[in-house]
Design a protein around this ligand. Sequence first.
Ligand code: GLN
Length: 287
Amino acid sequence: MRIDEALAQSARLEKLSDSARLDLELLLCHLLEKPRSYLFTWPDRTLTPQQQEAFMALLARREKGEPVAHILGYRDFWTLQLEVTPDTLIPRPDTETLVELALAKLDNGDYRVADLGTGTGAIALALASERPAWQLTGCDRVAAAVALAERNRQRLGISNAGFCQSNWFDALEGEFDLLVSNPPYIDPQDPHLAQGDVRFEPLSALVADNAGMADIQLIAEQARHYLKPGGWLMFEHGYDQGEASRRVLAQCGYSEISTEQDLGSRDRVTLGRWPAAPGTGVENDVE
Ligand code: GLN
């Protein structure tokens, strides 16, 4: 079997995956220990019998639905390669929108930043790697996620981030200049939960009550106690939750509220500043 013939097997994944060809490229690169450019440069190279057998075994796992990131044990996010396990959400390219917005808000000053529900540590580690002067805290309710994020931190040699087990804000102390989160936001009734890669991810990282808005609501309310004056809250949400997210922030008294779009031009991140600008009558809403 040649490299191009191996990749042509992607036809077997068309129904399952909307990135069938890429899936196979990643599996083959992993097996051959080569960059993707190698596959395009040497399409007619023949796999050894052992490579072919190993490739077909990986393909069979993918055909059963197992996500590529679980088969490989890692996923690229931002500029980082992150270990991934079934204990957390698999980092998604959409979430790089949140990273970009956070970087655009604050320069490389001496800032405290927290990532709520950090999972693999993706957001916290991406921010820490770009802003060496920031101090990042990533928290997660799930102990296995905290351990995974810490392994990722150590392997990447990132020293300005730390992780702790915490149900949202419960174990956090002090005030932050910026709070970021990719919380669960899928409606428990959403039929997509029964399809594709999400079936292999923990529901606790995906699903929230109140049509997916429950954790966003909780974070927006509690974040007010953990933001420095003028600090920012920004979180990811579903493409159809921009309006509801802005409403939650407005009701909680945030100012400078806006929703930003991902690379596919879908509403993806909403942000606001605490407290509201003086004179709006809501700035003394809490405490
Ligand atoms: N964007 C993810 C999806 O639609 C959900 C991520 C999340 O719930 N935070 O699969």
